[in-house]
Design a protein around this ligand. Sequence first.
Ligand SMILES: [Zn+2]
Ligand SMILES: [Zn+2]
Length: 226
Amino acid sequence: MTYFCVICGEELSQVDITAICTFCQQEKPALYLCPKGHFTCDDCQLADWPEVVKRVCEGSREKDPAKIANLIMKHPMSIMHSPQHHILIPAVVLSALRNTGIRPLNPGRLESAIERTKGIPLGVCGTRGECGAAIGAGTVVSILTGATFTKDRERSLALRASAEALMAIAEAGGPRCCKQSVYLTLEVVSHFLQRELNIPLSTAPQCDFYRRNPECKKERCKYYVS
Ligand SMILES: [Zn+2]
Ligand SMILES: [Zn+2]
């Protein structure tokens, strides 16, 4: 039986060692290893969706939130276009902010961020003019400023962050691409945090999925590499 790496597609070799899991960064017993060092531990392989996001964000030392998102989206559980993407933005941004030393990630913060954004249904970009990724921009700003519905400036900033992300996604045109929406939103978040909250968080999204996406907009997408 031949197995292939979920990260890079190379053929896995049979081993009997411990290795660092690419998803959670924990050292675990490994029976198969990619020649490039990629390895998925049993717990990450068996994790369901919110758990995958949590495991990657907790273990990550990556400073670019787009790279954290790309790793999560390479998990075998990940579907090309799906509501799974709706919980990504706050989780990867909070993780990247911790990794750059800008903000600590307190216990329970990740879970509560995921809780805020889960439950946004499939396809709402088309059915009600909303996008789960874009709403994640408002969620991040709300968490960082402590916004609630009774606040003044903080509430406006959260609404504005979601609105800016929605505008970027609207201007990119359809059909929907959840990868593109995540990347566009991360760029909006990066500019927004710098401009409004003086928080530096750089990101340079690169699409690792266009070859596997039969609906890729190709030249109509800024993240497509021909
Ligand atoms: Zn690999
Ligand atoms: Zn793992």
